[in-house]
Design a protein around this ligand. Structure first.
Ligand SMILES: [Zn+2]
Ligand SMILES: [Zn+2]
Length: 173
């Protein structure tokens, strides 16, 4: 399987590197980094001053060269009634997205001995693995350590690991 990472906006080399490393490690897939894209026109919601996640998924699915594709953006995303999302994907879809915007928030997860940069990298890794998991047909998992656990706040992201639990592995690997 090939996963294409599509940077949308100004995405750092660190983020691209961490995202591809995590995807390779968990799914044993090939990963390519697409040429950077500009933010889709029409994605910005003026009232909320946030960006519609669906537009990024559509872009990644349309221009990505992988069987699965994930947009990564520094823009703050929302979806329907949720105030913000770290990422979004449709079950068995071809495109997905994560936003690094809210992953930079300082940790309250009790890992203060680690640098902010390491904590941020881990969150990026977990979020890309999570969204690609959805595109492979995985739903949310009750196991709090599993990367497919639903994590609406960084605290929950910090608690989970970047790997799939045994049950999720049996479905996709
Ligand atoms: Zn999810
Ligand atoms: Zn699981």
């Amino acid at each position: 399987m090939l996963v294409d990472v599509v940077p949308v906006g100004d995405v750092s080399a660190q983020v691209k590197r961490q995202a591809s490393a995590a995807l390779r490690s968990v799914y044993d897939c090939e990963v390519t980094i697409h040429e950077s894209q500009s933010v889709p026109t029409g994605a910005h919601d003026e009232k909320r001053d946030q960006y519609r996640a669906e537009e990024f998924i559509e872009l990644a699915g349309r221009i990505g060269s992988g069987a699965k594709n994930i947009a990564i953006t520094p823009k703050d995303l929302f979806y329907r009634r949720r105030n913000y999302v770290f990422g979004l994907a449709y079950l068995d879809g071809k495109g997905s997205v994560i936003s690094t915007y809210r992953l930079q928030t300082s940790s309250d997860g009790g890992f203060s001995n680690r640098s902010a940069s390491d904590i941020f990298s881990d969150r990026v890794r977990k979020e890309v693995v999570h969204e690609i998991g959805h595109t492979m047909g995985l739903e949310h998992c009750d196991n709090k350590r599993c990367v497919m656990n639903f994590s609406p706040t960084v605290r929950e992201v910090d608690v989970k690991e970047e790997n799939l639990c045994g049950s999720c592995q049996r479905i996709v690997l």
